[in-house]
Design a protein around this ligand. Sequence first.
Ligand SMILES: [Zn+2]
Length: 301
Amino acid sequence: MNLPWLQTIQNDLFVRLQNQQLHHGILLDAAKGCGEEHLIVVLAKAIVCESKNACGQCKSCALFVAQSHPDIKWVKSDKPSIGVDQIREVGDFVVSTSQLLGNKVVIIPDIQRLTESASNSLLKTLEEPNSNTYILLSTTELQYVLPTIKSRCEKIRVSLPKVEESLAWLQQKTDKTVNQQGLDAYSGSPLLYLDALTSDEDLLLLFTGDLEQLLDCNLSPQSMATKWMNHLSTIFTWTYQWAKNEYKTELLANNSQHVLNSLEKILDECSRCKSLSNKAGINKGLLLSQLFNKVQNREGQ
Ligand SMILES: [Zn+2]
């Protein structure tokens, strides 16, 4: 997918790669939904490419596309955390000889999911760079990354595009109506918004329906939490948007200090939960049900 807002960073990284000035450890400090995974993939492809530009013609590029390149180590995990065993394998890979006698690449997305021992193991690997091996890391939660890891890498900020750029891009991708309000519901991410627009069910509509049920006490905070656990980060954004609108309405209508305080607490809680939600070992169900409990009792707290 062509993501024009990443083009400048990509061009800069390619130029440095070609001039042999690329840092051996790159850490993408990404805004959620900015598409950093696309950037990491294309950079990895360029690093192993014979022409160092992800040419798409060479043997390396072909192996890359077939996902069978022997000099790429991609650390993937379906679990909430990435353990030390996976990172020890990275250490072994880094010291091994390149099979195609070119560069080697390690890709570790979402490194906030590394356990403490995994982080320490990665740190050791970063401290002993191997001249032809590049370690590409990304996170959307930089505050949970060990400072020592940050200091061993070149940190590159990857931001979301501006609203106008996002809307213009979305208009090329979908026939559906797009607007800033919709974009805001996805924290300004055109990719997350597009996902929602093209998915079969309109999640936001379903969520709004459930939220009404919760507010009317027809749905318990626990049931609501179980139902929405797999959309954690999005739910915190949507609940935040809801609380923000409620706050505005309350201010104009009743102006009850008690309700306003409650809503302020919910807003704080959403921000706190959102940043916690990507951390390893978090009990997602508990986090959500506590928040929904506050939402349901917003007038009685
Ligand atoms: Zn190539």
